[in-house]
Design a protein around this ligand. Structure first.
Ligand code: SAM
Length: 211
């Protein structure tokens, strides 16, 4: 993943974002040392953004599609009230093992349920509405995830979709994955069911609410 904004600006933004808790720092370090694609971890800026969005919207029920090693789930869990909960979905046992180990050590870990399996199938097994949904798994299924969760958003609910600028490649898609993301971005911008903002945070984050 290459940075969308200039590196000095990104570093400045990081320095002016509240530092992560020690447990998150440890998780990020382990992920970097042991995982094949550590850049998938959301990290300091986006983690804080997610925490602030969950806190600001007063969300109680969160759905995360794409747990990886658990950084974003723990970031969001920190902003939930004691009876709030997150269902986080991943299909890779190696990722789930690391994530669950950190959830077990966190004071907020009891709010998180990790579901192992293909996300589209898991979503169907979950009951009720979601106040906040973070979509951050396989890009080929992004549109299917969006369509699956949109009818299940609570009245003031928000969806955040990650990697929607895909290192800037959406401007001139060189491959099928980028085309899929660019097509979804075009669809969302024209979709009368929703209001959308495309943020240039990290690799691009799209925020969506129902109209
Ligand atoms: C970009 S990472 C998620 C990063 C995470 N949100 C974080 O902040 O660290 C994407 C994750 O989606 C998972 N994934 C990919 N395809 C999936 C699918 N069809 N169902 C469930 N999980 C999937 C991968 O195993 C990977 O852990």
């Amino acid at each position: 993943m290459s940075l969308i904004v200039d590196e000095p600006i990104e570093e400045y933004a990081e320095r002016h974002t509240t530092a992560p808790e020690a447990l998150l720092e440890e998780l990020a370090a382990e992920t970097k040392a042991t995982m094949a694609s550590p850049q998938m971890l959301t990290g300091r800026i986006e983690g804080r953004l997610l925490e602030l969005l969950v806190a600001g919207t007063g969300a109680r029920r969160v759905l995360e599609i794409g747990t990886f090693t658990g950084y974003s789930a723990l970031s969001m869990a920190a902003a939930l009230p004691p009876d709030g909960r997150i269902d986080t979905l991943d299909n890779e046992p190696k990722h789930a093992e690391v994530a669950q180990r950190y959830f077990d050590r966190s004071p907020d870990g009891g709010k998180i349920t990790l579901h192992l399996g293909p996300a589209l199938e898991t979503i169907e097994t979950l009951e009720g509405e979601f106040d906040f949904v973070f979509i951050d798994a396989d890009k080929e299924n992004y549109d299917a995830y969006f369509e699956a969760v949109l009818p299940r958003l609570s009245e003031r609910g928000l969806i955040a979709i990650d990697n929607t600028l895909w290192s800037g490649r959406v401007l001139d898609p060189p491959d099928e994955t980028t085309k899929t993301i660019a097509t979804l971005n075009d669809k969302l911008a024209a979709d009368e069911r929703v209001a959308v903002v495309q943020l240039t945070v990290r690799d691009g984050v799209t925020l969506i609410r129902r109209r």
